[in-house]
Design a protein around this ligand. Structure first.
Ligand code: ATP
Ligand code: MG
Length: 607
């Protein structure tokens, strides 16, 4: 068992330690009461046999057994003894049932609470880890770990820790009762236990290994389901349903193979364990009979030993199910621990809270995504004055969006410095920066919530009229008329019930609600027709009149209000200048200008 998995388990239990201690004490009481039951039978048998042998022994019974006198003096002694012990037995079993119920309730309550806290902790930790971890851990895997694995841990704590306490104390109490009856009988009754322990240990190790494989196959299967549901449009559009089904069936088979190995292991272990327990009971009973025939045990003691051995050994068969669940829980805890130990985003101690005016400088910035060989940006330098509108253009993969990500400190440059308002960007905390830089990301996501909730997320104080104005500026207010629900219209997961252009315009309205003087628009009008695009750009120009604005795009029509253009190519700044200079200089801008304006009115006429 890995120390960190164990420490999570201890932490989970520690959060409700008093509840767990109390329920454990109740469980121990239950086991004590359970072991009293055979004792009652033993007493009953021995008293009846004694009375049969010498009916005059009533006085001795009165001395030995409390509260027996009234019954014995007034009723038939055999019936009295029978009634007395029956009532005692019923009282013990009734008390046991009440205590079992209370213990289970307290245990379940504590476990639900502890697991709910662990779930919260895991989710908030996932919010704080660096972006690149999401590249190494797929969505399916993260979902599996945050739901299924937590459920496995919960079931283990709720059901099996109790079982471990039950089995351990059952063995302790039973052995101590048996030792008081006869030491030799006890030793013989436990002679096969070393084999049981050895077999259980081997089983645990094998089970854990097989379950790890099973869970990693489940992650892959989950991923396929996740990706296929998300990409269902692409699959249907390309008639690739069969390919998706084949990929799923292939992975499902791999998961099944791992599951079958799991079952095969059980098929060997369970019968072996059953056989050992059965053999142990037979050996113990035969030896007990032999010892009784020699006079070392009374009939009552033989009966008591028989019941105790059964009571102690049959639950030992449950060890395999406890061990199965223990290995599953340990694998689950290890997988949860792997997520919990992913390092959170680092920040420096500076916490500058100066309002951002929007002057930006990149000084010899180079950046490589973690685990990538190629630099996404190489020695990039440029300067943007506060309030300036600038465009970044360049071929696909040239590093345009990366500049936006660095400005939000989603990643840190490997070399060089980024300055905002002449301050190193690292002097602003990440949270502050992200709250005060307005960015519409390329392919912005809408959440499965209402329009109001989606837009209001960036500015909770925005009222309906502010939401409406923002939507109007982004030419998407018409969407509200399509449904009676207006702002309360639900947006499907990832905006599935919206067109690409509608999603982009909603993302823009969300951006316009943010109170900031620094905007980054990453390819936000690529799906929008030119007429609408120009209307939107006009209102953006007014809205952002005094703000710094970085417009990233491939389309020259989207960057018309930019005063300066930076051309990136393969992570390098290739050209910087205004439209008039770049159009007359050989380079990327000139090429796309000629491609995109061929036979059309020069673009600059639009705004
Ligand atoms: N999360 C990531 N992990 C690893 N590499 C990445 C990641 N995001 C981008 N890259 C790589 O970094 C380079 C620059 O990507 P970037 O997204 O900045 O390009 P871009 O100019 O915005 O392209 P496009 O015009 O297609 O949006 C590309 O080679 C890309 O493959
Ligand atoms: Mg991009």
């Amino acid at each position: 068992m890995k120390a960190s998995s164990l420490s999570i388990l201890v932490k989970i239990l520690g959060q409700n330690k008093w509840f767990y201690l109390f329920s454990s004490a109740l469980f121990i009481l239950v086991i004590f009461l359970r072991t009293l039951e055979p004792k009652v039978f033993q007493w009953l048998t021995d008293e009846l046999v004694n009375l049969g042998k010498s009916p005059q022994s009533i006085d001795k019974i009165v001395d030995r057994i409390p509260m027996m006198e009234f019954l014995l003096r007034n009723f038939n002694p055999f019936v009295s003894i029978l009634v007395y012990f029956s009532v005692l037995y019923i009282l013990i079993t009734f008390t046991r049932s009440v205590v079992v119920f209370s213990a289970h309730t307290i245990n379940a309550y504590s476990t639900e609470n502890a697991l709910s806290r662990l779930r919260n902790r895991l989710f908030s930790h996932l919010q704080g880890i660096s972006m690149h971890h999401y590249v190494h851990h797929s969505k399916g895997e993260i979902i599996q770990r945050s739901t299924n694995d937590l459920e496995v841990v919960k079931n283990f704590i709720q059901n099996n820790i109790v079982e471990i306490i039950r089995i351990s104390f059952m063995v302790i109490f039973s052995v101590s009762i048996m030792i008081r009856i006869n030491l030799l009988v006890t030793l013989v009754s436990l002679c096969l236990m070393p084999f049981v322990v050895f077999l259980s240990f081997r089983f645990y190790k094998k089970e854990k290994k097989i379950w790890e494989k099973h869970e990693s196959e489940s992650d892959l299967l989950n991923n396929i389901i996740q990706e296929n549901i998300q990409g269902i449009r692409t699959i249907k559009a390309n008639a690739k349903e069969q390919m998706a089904i084949n990929a799923f069936e292939h992975q499902n088979q791999r998961r099944l193979d791992a599951g079958i190995k799991h079952i095969e292991l059980h098929c060997i272990y369970w019968p072996a364990m059953n056989f050992l327990v059965f053999l142990q009971i037979v050996i113990s009973n035969l030896f007990g009979v032999y010892m009784t025939s020699l006079g070392y045990l009374t009939i009552g003691e033989l009966l008591g030993v028989g019941i105790i051995v059964n009571m102690m050994l049959w639950p030992l068969r449950q060890v395999s199910s406890v061990l199965t669940n223990l290995s599953m829980a340990m694998v689950a805890l290890q997988r949860i621990d792997e997520l919990l130990t992913l390092p959170s985003e680092e920040d420096f101690d500076f916490n500058c809270k100066a309002p951002l005016k929007g002057e930006i400088e990149f000084r010899n910035v180079s950046f490589q995504y973690p685990g990538q060989k190629k630099f996404a940006l190489k020695n990039v330098s440029f300067h943007i004055n506060a309030g300036e509108k600038i465009a970044i253009i360049g071929p696909t993969g040239s590093g345009k969006s990366t500049i936006g990500k660095l400005l939000l400190r989603l990643y840190e440059p490997n070399e060089g410095t980024i300055l905002i308002d002449n301050r190193d960007i690292r002097t602003y905390s990440k949270a502050y920066l992200r709250q005060h830089v307005g960015i519409a990301l390329q392919n912005s996501i809408m959440f499965s919530a209402t329009i109001k909730e989606n837009l209001g997320a960036v500015n909770p104080s925005a009222d309906n009229s502010m939401l409406y104005t923002a939507m109007e500026k982004a030419s998407i207010a018409g969407l509200l008329e399509q449904s009676e629900k207006g702002l309360h219209k639900m947006i499907g997961e990832k905006g599935i019930n919206l067109s690409g252009g509608q999603k982009q315009r909603l993302a823009l309205s969300r951006l316009l609600l943010k109170k900031t003087d620094l905007f980054i628009l990453d390819d936000v009008t690529s799906y929008i027709d030119e007429q609408n695009e120009q209307a939107i750009l006009k209102s953006l120009k007014t809205h952002m009149a005094d703000c710094t604005c970085i417009i990233i795009s491939h389309k020259l029509s989207s960057i018309l209000f930019a005063e300066k253009i930076i051309v990136l190519n393969q992570g390098l700044v290739q050209q910087v200048g205004n439209r008039d200079i770049l159009v007359n200089t050989d380079g990327y801008y000139n090429i796309i200008y000629n491609l995109q304006t061929e036979g059309k009115v020069p673009l600059k006429e639009f705004i």
